[in-house]
Ligand binder design. Structure first.
Ligand code: UD1
Ligand code: UDP
Length: 362
């Protein structure tokens, strides 16, 4: 019988833990040899360990513990640390997911050692190379031997760049698998009750992107925009689980959160899905939240100049706010609420992506 391939699952941040979770469970179910290598890019318990515990994942075999570094240090130290472990473990595949610096470092380390790279969430493009994530995506896709593209648009983006068709597999996004897998858990979660919110009586906000929160003018615009939304929609609360990056920037810039915006610490995955599902509308700059809102069928306003998830805008359930000016944020919320939403087939897949990915690698 053919020996099964060993897969190094490399991850480092909250969204990677969540989106790798269905793949890890599939490897366990199918008895496929794998190990988890965590760079430690995210390290606060509510950005990291809570997800391993809640999603029933085994602890990483390796954790490099390399949190709180700048981009250049991340690329260098992650690559070096990953490389040492790959030399020892000699996996057949390195699997990375998404567009973080952990992803690029995993691909760089594997490529140098002649280990095959598989990239889930390949082919997403914002066509904005000012975003570190866009650079990470392009470089990782070009270093990959197998590219798991979640949508037809991402497949086409790769083909346009001349990537060999034989390397590309249309799989859907494992985020849909995760939303389905944990449906019972998020539905019975008690967070709404605990914080005293009611279905459709609040807007859920997440914003953490470097291009928003590291730019004082954009961050101020976003806070002013939320204030306008709060004042306009009387009786609708605003709930904002604050990413540590945003928290640190607000503190270092001496900004004040407008009154009436309910700030909470980042929440676990079941809490977050329940909060999304019951929100009147979601305001975000997150990639994963755009996909989850589409999956959960909640209208969305995206605080970005562009998106690498254009399927959400084309489907009519997302609108971008280029420039994130306060008046434009309010106008976008009004537009999305006035719209009659016709939810079409989920562009991000059928919830069976992890099965396709593991089948190709094992
Ligand atoms: C990273 C990804 C981004 C992704 C996000 C998911 C890159 C270039 N960016 O951004 O694409 O959307 O993760 O959330 O890889 N911090 C903590 N505790 C943590 C994690 C971060 O305090 O657990 C603080 C630290 O001060 C850190 C800063 O946040 O320096 C930024 O963290 P970093 O991982 O560099 O980038 P993110 O903004 O989280
Ligand atoms: N998320 C979470 N708790 C929070 C905020 C987000 O569990 O307080 C989840 C969210 O449901 C999604 C993922 O984190 O699955 C998105 O991660 P993030 O926005 O940090 O990164 P991005 O997707 O933009 O790279």
């Amino acid at each position: 019988m053919k020996k099964k391939s060993k897969i190094a699952i490399i991850l480092g941040t909250r969204p990677e833990i969540i989106k790798m979770s269905p793949v890890i469970h599939e490897c366990i179910k199918k008895n496929v040899p794998f190990f988890i290598l965590h760079t430690g890019q995210h390290y606060s318990p509510n950005m990291d360990s809570v997800f391993f515990k809640d999603l029933g994942l085994p602890k990483p075999k390796y954790n490099l513990g390399l949190g709180n570094l700048n981009y250049n240090e991340q690329v260098g130290k992650f690559t070096r640390g990953i490389s040492e472990i790959l030399k020892k473990e000699k996996p057949n595949w390195v699997l990375v997911q998404g567009d973080t610096t952990t992803v690029l470092a995993g691909a760089l380390a594997a490529n140098k050692l002649g280990i095959k790279v598989a990239h889930h969430e390949a082919g997403l493009r914002s066509y904005d190379t000012a975003m570190l994530e866009e650079v990470n995506r392009i470089l990782t896709d070009n270093l990959s031997d197998v590219l798991f593209a979640p949508t037809k648009t991402s497949v086409n983006n790769l083909l346009k760049e001349g990537i060999d068709k034989k390397k590309i597999h249309l799989t859907g996004n494992t985020v849909v698998d995760a939303v389905k897998r944990y449906a019972a858990s998020y539905q019975k979660n008690q967070i709404l009750k605990k914080i005293g919110l009611k279905k459709d009586k609040y807007f859920l906000v997440t914003a953490h992107r470097a291009e928003n929160v590291d730019n004082p003018e954009r961050l101020e615009n976003i806070l002013k925009g939320l204030d306008l939304v709060k004042k306009h929609f009387k009786g609708v609360e605003i709930l904002y689980p604050l990413h540590p990056r945003t928290k640190k920037r607000i503190a270092s810039l001496g900004f004040k959160m407008p009154s009436g915006i309910n700030i909470i610490e980042p929440v676990g995955y079941f809490e977050m899905l329940q909060l999304q599902k019951n929100a009147k509308l979601i305001i975000t700059d997150s990639g994963g939240v755009q996909e989850e809102a589409a999956t959960l069928r909640v209208p969305l306003v995206t605080l970005r100049d562009n998106t690498e998830r254009p399927e959400t805008v084309d489907g009519g359930f997302n609108v971008l706010v280029p420039g994130v000016r306060p008046d434009d944020i309010l106008a976008a919320v009004k537009t999305m609420l006035a719209k009659k939403h016709q939810w079409k087939k989920n562009p991000f897949g059928d919830g069976k992506s992890a099965g396709r990915i593991v089948a190709r690698l094992s």
